[in-house]
Design a protein around this ligand. Structure first.
Ligand SMILES: [Zn+2]
Length: 296
């Protein structure tokens, strides 16, 4: 079994926080990498509640620059400085260079670490991170200001079948080598990776930020885990957000394996009702809750 991706909902509310639902922030952990998606005003308090030090965060992805999605950045950066961070911090988002610059101007601090702002496209899907085992894409969505969603894609990989590897005389370091190169010559004979291993497709996790429903975003997260804006239960004209009805219909259409609804308006106080409504619309749905952990 692969190591689970761990997702912690730090804030499941919308623009006006309540004691039960803070502003949007999602912590994402893949193997040793910690990533933060959005950083609402109480993000660092929520991190403390789940016992995770913010110093571990490698990158921050902001979906758009409405205060409920970035209000926690200034205090978080100051905390990182006080904790003695040395590693650079990357902050992604539409027009991130401009916004991060302005945020840094608001402080007397000289930080002990570099902050690298990276602009992402609001025109098209763009690969913004490439690591050995995964990639992260930004994806334009539809909100009242330039906004993107993010899609984490684990790369497909090979799982060695020990009995087959043994049959071809492959052991130890050779197994890592054949995984890397795709083939290896053993005792004068070329062995292909497909002869000794099973192909494992990569996992997908998508986070929409605030948006009207965007079909292509769902299409790009097919068979994956989707964390989506569900500010309202029913559609409300003129609001640049999504409703339960719309999101669940698209999740069904694009075969989303698990749907996490989040960013709820504070008018909804009965979680049981929300859960029942969502389950009726889409069986594999969950209502996000502050502090909720999801393994994927
Ligand atoms: Zn919002």
């Amino acid at each position: 079994m692969p190591v689970p991706i761990e997702i912690t909902i730090l804030g499941s509310g919308s623009a006006i926080p309540t004691p039960r639902r803070m502003q949007p922030a999602i912590l994402f952990k893949y193997e040793g990498d910690y990533i933060l998606f959005d950083c609402g005003e109480s993000a660092q308090l929520s991190l403390q509640k789940v016992n995770i030090s913010p110093i571990k965060i490698k990158r921050i992805f902001i979906t758009h620059w409405h205060a409920d999605h970035f209000g926690g950045l200034i205090p978080l950066i100051e905390t990182l400085h006080m904790l003695g961070r040395k590693e650079p911090l990357e902050i992604y988002g539409p027009e991130a260079e401009w916004f991060v610059d302005k945020i840094l101007e608001l402080s007397y601090w000289r930080f002990g670490f570099d902050i690298k702002a990276r602009d992402v496209s609001v025109e098209r899907k763009e690969k913004i991170v490439e690591e050995e085992k995964y990639e992260i894409y930004s994806f334009p969505v539809k909100h009242s200001v330039p906004s993107v969603g993010y899609i984490f894609c684990e790369k497909e990989h090979w799982k060695i079948i020990p009995s087959k590897a043994k049959k071809f005389g492959l052991y130890g370091e050779q197994l890592q080598l054949i995984k890397k190169k795709g083939s290896l010559v053993v005792n004068g004979k070329k062995v292909m990776i497909s002869e000794i291993a099973k192909r494992i497709p990569g996992r997908i996790v998508a986070y929409s930020g605030d948006t009207l429903p965007v079909e292509e975003f769902f299409a790009n997260a097919s068979n994956g885990l989707m964390i989506h804006d569900a500010t309202f239960v029913e559609e409300i004209d003129g609001r640049m957000h999504s409703s339960f009805t719309e999101v669940c219909a698209l999740a069904k259409k694009y075969r989303i394996k698990k749907l996490v609804l989040t960013h709820f308006s504070r008018r909804y106080t009965n979680e049981k009702e929300l859960r029942e409504k969502a389950k009726k619309l889409f069986r594999n749905s969950v209502i996000a809750r502050d502090g909720m952990k999801i393994k994927w």
